[in-house]
Design a protein around this ligand. Structure first.
Ligand code: NAD
Length: 443
């Protein structure tokens, strides 16, 4: 099958590489000239485990190409995937500029029937807007041509994106057209052999499904963080509570890890966008708004705990920070709790010495050269001359620490653990003050 994908970011690249890997012919179109040049030179601009070799293998086999030439892309695929960014607008709504631009491009260049597949996360009603944008472009050209628009939201997680794409729990397609159903079954057939994972539904339901899924997961995180904050005040240990509730199969263990708040490119913007959609629909979604408020507050927790540990005297302190990415196995720092912390520390006059296994160059891209930021090459280097250690991301490499050595290295014996990686007894036995999330200390 010939497939075109607009947008070569996390979703576009993973979709392109995975679909090429099962034998489809794929062209990825992106407006970022530099990105496309790097991809054509065999360099993958993002870190995602396994992606570089999958792209390389399929490029070498001639099934995966990258271009900035959108006319070539529109001409190529029966399926035209839209996988461009939908960032938050100032009012929290999803900014559809890029999505509608692609729709216009398709209308400007198509010469035959096309199926436009919306893979970007977009609010309910966007498929109709995309359809209108394509039709308007065709009309300007004085052309009339059949096309369909369907919704195919993506549920992959960064860090495990290839596994999620190929072995995900479901493939949601919103359409009422038999022709589209047939084409989408052909497209995903190789990933749908073990059991039927295709869930066909109405377009608006598919669009809402993506937001409902992310809002549900974000709700679980904010819920456990709220319980963690209560546990701190009540002298309970949220890790014991987590086991106590997670063992109930109706609740389960997933997504109830307390921490320093969720970040990334999806949960924050999707929760905001859903709240905005609800407001517009005349149904202010109280729960969704609370999820967002709880999370913003949680992202300030690490700074609060540092202030408590240092009696608010953070000026001229050097803070070692382990983990910059919003979660392990990615270099993505969009809305990461580490950013909230670093920015607060800089405001307070502190210096940051940070180490992340993958996100250092992304951090440099965001913040540039600063006197109050050192990007260390390894975790030990980040500790040199530091007054305290803060853990922001639960990379595997941070899970074992020689606490006696850490006690000797740090100028003050302060460890702030934003991911509850250790047992408080072990850390405290080495003479360190240990501040975790919801584990009985009083912040
Ligand atoms: P991204 O920012 O990593 O990539 C978007 C790409 O689109 C960029 O390379 C950009 O240059 C390109 N682009 C912008 N305008 C274009 C145009 N007119 N034509 C061609 N390319 C264009 O974004 P992402 O993280 O891949 O997310 C894409 C969409 O998928 C978003 O709606 C997001 O919410 C959704 N999503 C993301 C994830 C995730 O984990 N990242 C998971 C599920 C869904």
């Amino acid at each position: 099958m010939r497939i075109t994908i607009f947008g070569s970011g996390y979703v576009g690249l993973v979709t392109g590489a995975c679909l090429a890997d099962v034998g489809h012919d794929v062209i990825c179109v992106d407006v970022d000239v530099d990105k496309v040049a790097r991809l054509n030179a065999g360099e993958v601009p993002i870190y995602e485990p396994g992606l570089e070799s999958l792209i390389g293998k399929n490029q070498a086999a001639g099934r995966l190409r990258f271009t900035t030439d959108s006319a070539e892309g529109v001409d190529f695929g029966l399926l035209q995937f839209i996988a461009v960014g939908t960032p938050s607008d100032e009012d929290g709504s999803a900014d559809l500029t890029h999505v509608l631009k692609v729709a216009e491009t398709i209308g400007n260049n198509m010469n035959d029937y096309r199926i436009i597949v919306d893979k970007s996360t977009v609010p309910v009603g966007t498929a109709s807007k995309v359809g209108r944008a394509v039709a308007a472009s065709l009309e300007k050209r004085g052309r009339s041509m059949a096309f369909d628009v369907c919704s195919n939201p993506e549920f992959l997680k960064e860090g495990a994106a290839l596994e999620d794409f190929s072995r995900g729990s479901r493939i949601v397609v919103g359409t009422d057209s038999e022709r589209v159903k047939k084409a989408m079954m052909e497209c995903y057939g190789p990933y749908n052999r073990q059991r039927d994972k295709m869930l066909f539904m109405g377009i608006r339901s598919a669009e809402l499904t993506k937001y409902a899924a992310n809002a549900m997961l974000a709700t679980k995180i904010s819920f456990i963080n709220e319980v963690a904050n209560l546990a701190e005040r009540l002298g309970a240990d949220v890790e014991e509570v987590r086991h106590g509730i997670g063992s109930d199969p109706r609740i389960g263990y997933s997504f109830i890890y307390p921490g320093c708040g969720y970040g990334g490119s999806c949960f924050p913007k999707d929760v905001k966008a859903l709240a905005h959609t609800a407001e517009e629909a005349g149904h202010p979604a109280e729960m969704i708004k609370a999820v967002e408020r709880v999370n913003s507050r949680q992202k300030g927790k690490l700074f609060e705990k540092l202030c408590q540990a240092f009696d608010g005297q953070l000026a001229d302190k050097t803070i070692a920070l382990w983990g910059l990415a919003f979660k392990p196995n990615t270099d993505d720092m969009r809305e990461a709790p580490s950013r909230t912390l670093m920015e607060a520390l800089w405001k307070a006059g502190a210096r940051v010495q940070a180490f992340d296994p993958e996100a250092a160059s992304e951090c440099h891209r965001i913040y540039g050269e600063r006197d109050d930021l050192v990007l260390a090459d390894n975790r030990d280097e980040a500790l040199e001359g530091a007054h305290a250690l803060v853990i922001c991301t639960e990379w595997k490499a941070f899970r074992t620490i020689d606490f006696d050595q850490l006690y000797k290295t740090l100028l003050e014996p302060v460890v702030i653990d934003g991911r509850n990686l250790f047992s408080p007894e072990t850390v405290k036995a080495a003479g360190l003050s240990y501040y975790a999330i919801g584990r009985g200390d009083s912040v």
